[in-house]
Design a protein. Structure first.
Lengths: 408, 117, 124
């Protein structure tokens, strides 16, 4: 009974923590431009993160080694270092975007100046990471992030044409604007599979000392948690498709997203939406700070882990502090966080194969994984998604240039 | 012969863990011996930035940019090899984890630095 | 978007000549801000929003419209597009100042109702 309770809690935290600023920006923009037509792509993205996380989690549990550790081992020092650098640049961009998102949400809630809230936000993040134990961080941000469900209520209340919504789950191409459509398809997959989630998930498995008997929880967390989290992405797109698309509203600011909850649900909808965004994005910021530190430590062999005393893992500790400061520096220059988000998602798509391929190889290595190596099902999905990821990685930058970041 | 060499190379880039379960670097390079007489074995594990010089272009670039000392860990210090390379002694006795020791004062002064997270 | 602009040398405002496509995009941006402003004004009038949110977001929308107005007034256009450019610029300015009114009195329901009517007229 206690086990089921634990699993349920883990799933709840995964749902609330699934959505980050990239998902918000891309799902709402896609809904505003194409209505419900891109819903099927979100399904693909969710499938990709489930496949990838489950494999990464399984490798971490069986070997006690997390993502970047495995990457260096498989690719060797040289190629591994390239993967590390690419991964870190993407992590940093993502972190900057999330920090900006936090400040925007706080600004819409409080009316205080943006730059003040940037400083406040970063300080609070630093204190939270320092003080709270690992599981608490995940739980607090995950549970409160569940208020994002207000977007599901809003989407329903906006009375979308449900048969049109259903049609959106069937893969198809639009009659015009094909390049922009493809760009958003790439962005949606990128937003769902953003690398820090996987680095963090696999390191978390080691932090929480999962053993092979926890592999069932690993699977449940990944499959159920991320599926239901994907549900939140659907809600964002459907809300935008029902409200913004027919009115020709093009969302360029976080306030527009919040308006989508306010129009059908009034002030309570607005507040729940902003709080939900704040905690979902806040949790994502913390995850990406840690991912940056995990990656450095795991590549170079330093002692690491939130479960360690900071004095026992000083370089790891300094790494996450530096990461947080660098993220802040990027965003305090005044660059628009929404634009940083768009760049970070596109570049993370390009870097994704560098992490995915080693993981797929290790997960198949029977000498390493023993009886926990990939079975047929895992490999079917693993290889199918490898193809998807490679296609998307190659197409991302050309599409970004041709469509001028989706502006068309 | 090549099977043993493969096994030796198989531990390249693996995590090193000391007797107290602390992570203390990676197997950055290896010194093999006995290649001539047909029974190759690992003689020494090399740990540290200078050891990257033997790891290709990126390795030489990284070694040039990062200061550090190289530590030689004789193969006799290895107790077992599973997913990590486990050592018989604590890191200090093998001169490993020195960078963490030097970085310690930077973090120690912050309240709560000695409690587990 | 400076990186993207560097790559897309032409058509990024660097040349200063307005194209049909760019004019269309600018008008859509202004229209989008106006319609969104209507939603916000309507919510303010019915007391369905919070004051900080109304103030901040109306400011963002006003800046969106004002940004288009600035670009349109600076640029040059061919003779066929010239009158449409001027019209679009004045539309952008009108939308922007209506939104600025909301921004200045974010809790005022009377102002909100009036701005709502203005924006409805402008966007029809």
């Amino acid at each position: 009974m206690k086990r089921i309770f634990e699993v349920a809690l883990g799933i709840l935290a995964a749902i609330g923590g699934f959505v980050d600023i990239g998902d918000i920006v891309f799902n709402v923009a896609a809904g505003a431009l194409f209505g419900y037509q891109l819903l099927w792509v979100v399904v693909i993205g969710v499938g990709a993160i489930i496949t990838y996380s489950e494999m990464c989690g399984r490798v971490a549990v069986v070997s006690g080694r997390a993502a970047m550790d495995v990457v260096r081992e498989r690719l060797g020092f040289g190629a591994g270092l390239v993967a590390l650098i690419a991964g870190q640049l993407v992590n940093l961009m993502t972190l900057a975007a999330e920090i900006g998102g936090i400040a925007l949400a706080l600004q819409l809630l409080s009316g205080l100046p943006y730059r003040v809230l940037l400083v406040l936000g970063v300080l609070v993040l630093g204190v939270v990471i320092w003080v709270l134990p690992f599981e608490w961080i995940e739980r607090v941000f995950g549970y409160v992030g569940l208020t994002m469900l207000v977007f599901a209520v809003a989407a329903i209340k906006l009375r979308p044409g449900w048969s049109d919504v259903g049609a959106g789950f069937v893969p198809g191409v639009p009659s015009s604007n094909l390049a922009v459509y493809a760009f958003f398809a790439v962005g949606l997959i990128g937003a769902a599979t953003v690398p820090y989630e996987v680095y963090f998930y696999s390191s978390g498995a080691v932090e929480e000392r999962w053993t092979p008997k926890d592999l069932g929880i690993n699977k449940a967390n990944a499959i159920i948690g991320y599926s239901l989290g994907g549900f939140l992405s659907f809600a964002l797109m459907i809300m935008a498709g029902a409200l913004f698309f027919p009115k020709g509203i093009s969302p360029e600011a976080l306030g527009t997203v919040a308006l989508g909850a306010e129009v059908p649900l009034g002030q309570i909808g607005l507040l729940l939406a902003l709080v939900g965004v704040l905690f979902a994005v806040g949790g994502a910021a913390i995850d990406s700070v840690f991912s940056g530190a995990y990656n450095m430590a795991q590549f170079f062999g330093w002692e690491w882990g939130k479960y360690r005393k900071p004095v026992d893992a000083p370089r790891f500790t300094i790494a996450w502090l530096v990461m947080l400061v660098l993220g802040f520096v990027i965003v305090v220059t005044g660059v628009d966080p929404i634009q940083v988000t768009e760049f970070s998602v596109i570049f993370s798509v390009v870097a994704l194969p560098l992490t995915y391929i080693p993981i797929l190889l290790v997960a198949n290595d029977r000498a390493y994984m023993g009886r926990y190596a990939n079975g047929k099902v895992a490999n079917v999905f693993g290889i199918a998604y490898l193809v998807v990821i490679l296609v998307v990685a190659v197409a991302a930058i050309p599409l970004m240039i041709v469509t001028n970041m989706g502006q068309g | 012969m090549s099977e043993t060499v493969d096994l030796a190379l198989g531990i390249l880039d693996h995590q090193l863990v000391d007797s107290e379960d602390f992570r203390c670097g990676k197997v950055d390079d290896l010194e093999l011996e006995g290649l001539q007489d047909g029974s190759p074995r690992v003689e020494t594990i090399l740990v540290g930035a200078p050891a990257w010089r033997g790891r290709g272009i990126m390795g030489r670039l990284a070694a040039a940019l990062v200061r550090g000392r190289m530590v030689r860990v004789p193969w006799s210090e290895v107790s077992e090899v599973d997913s990590a390379v486990r050592l018989r002694k604590p890191s200090q006795e093998l001169s490993l984890r020195r960078a963490d020791q030097s970085a310690r004062p930077l973090v120690e002064w912050i309240p709560g630095a000695r409690s587990e997270g | 978007m400076p990186l993207v602009c560097l790559v897309l040398a032409a058509g990024c405002g660097g040349s200063g000549t307005l194209t049909e496509k760019q004019l269309q995009k600018d008008m859509e941006t202004v229209q989008s801000a106006a319609v969104e402003g209507e939603l916000l004004a309507s919510d303010i009038a019915r007391d369905r929003t919070s004051e900080p949110f109304a103030r901040i977001h109306s400011g963002v929308l006003a800046e969106q419209a004002q940004g288009v107005a600035r670009t349109l007034m600076k640029g040059q256009a061919s003779r066929e597009l010239e009158s449409r450019r001027r019209q679009a610029a004045s539309q952008a300015r009108a939308v922007s100042s209506a939104l600025e009114e909301l921004h200045g009195s974010p809790g005022d329901r009377v102002v909100a109702r009036r701005v709502l009517r203005e924006l409805e007229d402008l966007s029809s």
